[in-house]
Write a protein that binds this ligand. Structure first.
Ligand code: GLU
Length: 425
């Protein structure tokens, strides 16, 4: 199989860029997209690779490799997060940049798609080393980054502090403060109310929408969440508040399971104290892989790509899957879920709450006029619900899955914008 290029824990994993292109091809077929437009949109526009030195605490110099990829800029500046992870690769970043294009088009945000990543394990770096790495990587990317051109944001293993260093580095080079150059910043320097919880709030909103349609009452639903970072933990908290029973969660160190339902506020406190979910009193240990197959009404992968594959899709017990992570499901697993009647809310909608409030942050920074959290949450929920409904309409129109409904809408918007702008020169 040519698709298989990576080995993760002994299991052959799918190349995410191939997944992204296969998903795009499927949508292009459904839309009967013009061959020229298809050729343009199935590739990324710019791929930037940089090898850069960082002085470590022991005074030695270590080289790192980072990427920034812009898939498309037709509908506006490129937008997308930066991740720090040992398994970052160019193809992963290319896939993630393409998914950002569709996510922004689907929600109607005036952006193209981008993504960045540095191959590193932040857990092994001191705060000082992390700051040096972030600032040097930002400096290398100066040619690309700016409020009108490309606006980074947090992603896996990056947070508001990292965004502050990015904002400061760009601002020092320009000689004045440029808050709108990056989103997900601390409030003190032009961050937005509601941004830290935005992705989780979006996840909760689409889950409620899906439950309503499937006639699942929150109080009767059990939920398993893989990943307990910003997205997974906020989703768990907000859904617990809405009456859902969160029965399993996990992080990089492993997971926990309590069929009666976890006390989420106590779990958040335990995680704050110990740095992990494992060891939470009254719950049994479960692996990240086993969590996906637990008896639960709703499964929320909120970690990395390629978690739901041909190897485990048939054993997933959930009726509803909410893709809080980017690219957690391979095309083969999608097919299994379709055949088994499992409803899947695709990543480009399910986790779009983050970039939506990033957009609000950028708008507030440009206008130097800041909104209250209630207004932000209200606008976020309206955008998520509208996109959900439009996705559903397109899925019905093309007699296809919700993923392809979302893709048809997003790809058509970018294709129409490309066609009306014309091909330069
Ligand atoms: N990293 C997030 C995502 O994958 C947020 C991107 C953004 O806010 O620009 O959607």
């Amino acid at each position: 199989m040519t698709e298989v290029t990576l080995e993760v824990q002994g299991v052959a994993a799918t190349n995410p860029y191939r997944t992204a292109q296969r998903q795009f091809d499927q949508a292009a077929d459904l839309l009967q997209l013009d061959p020229g437009l298809r050729a343009i949109l199935r590739q990324v526009r710019r791929e930037f690779t940089v090898n850069f030195p960082v002085r470590m605490d022991d005074n030695r110099i270590r080289m790192f490799t980072g990427y920034r990829v812009q898939h498309n800029l037709t509908r506006g500046p490129a937008k997308g997060g930066i991740r720090f992870h040992p398994e970052v690769s160019l193809d992963e970043v290319k896939a993630l940049s393409m998914w950002m294009t569709w996510k922004c088009a689907l929600t109607g945000l005036p952006y193209g798609g981008a993504k960045g990543g540095v191959i590193c394990d932040p857990a092994t770096l001191s705060v000082h080393e992390l700051e040096n790495l972030t600032r040097r990587f930002t400096s290398e990317m100066t040619v690309l980054i700016g409020p009108d051109s490309d606006i980074p944001a947090p992603d896996v293993n990056t947070n508001s502090q990292v965004m502050a260093w990015i904002m400061d580095t760009i601002s020092m080079q320009r000689g004045y403060s440029v808050p709108a150059t990056v989103t997900g910043k601390p409030l003190e320097i032009g961050g937005s109310e509601g941004r830290p919880a935005a992705t989780g709030r979006g996840v909760m909103t689409v889950t409620m929408e899906a439950c309503q349609r499937l006639q699942i009452a929150p109080e009767e639903a059990t939920v398993a969440i893989q990943g307990f970072g910003n997205v997974g933990s906020v989703s768990a908290d907000l859904m617990h508040q809405r009456g859902f029973r969160i029965v399993a969660v996990s992080d990089v160190f492993g997971g926990i399971y309590q069929p009666q339902g976890l006390d989420v506020p106590a779990l958040l406190e335990h995680q704050r104290r110990t740095g992990r979910v494992a060891g939470f009193p009254g719950a049994t240990a479960v692996s990240n892989a086993a969590l996906l197959e637990l008896p639960a009404t709703i499964l929320i992968p909120a970690a990395l790509e390629n978690q739901l594959t041909i190897h485990n899709a048939a054993r997933v017990q959930a009726r509803l899957i909410i893709e809080a992570a980017n690219g957690p499901t391979t095309p083969e697993a999608d097919e299994v879920f379709l055949q088994r009647g499992v409803t899947l809310i695709p990543d480009i909608l399910a986790n779009a709450g983050g970039v939506t409030v990033s957009y609000f942050e950028w708008v507030q920074d440009i206008q130097s006029f800041f909104w209250e959290e209630a207004e932000i949450n209200d606008r976020l929920i309206r955008i998520m619900r509208r996109a959900y409904q439009q996705m559903e309409e397109l899925a019905t129109e093309h007699r296809t899955t919700l993923r392809m409904g979302a893709y048809c809408l997003a790809v058509k918007r970018v294709a129409d914008a490309t066609a009306v702008r014309g091909i330069y020169p």
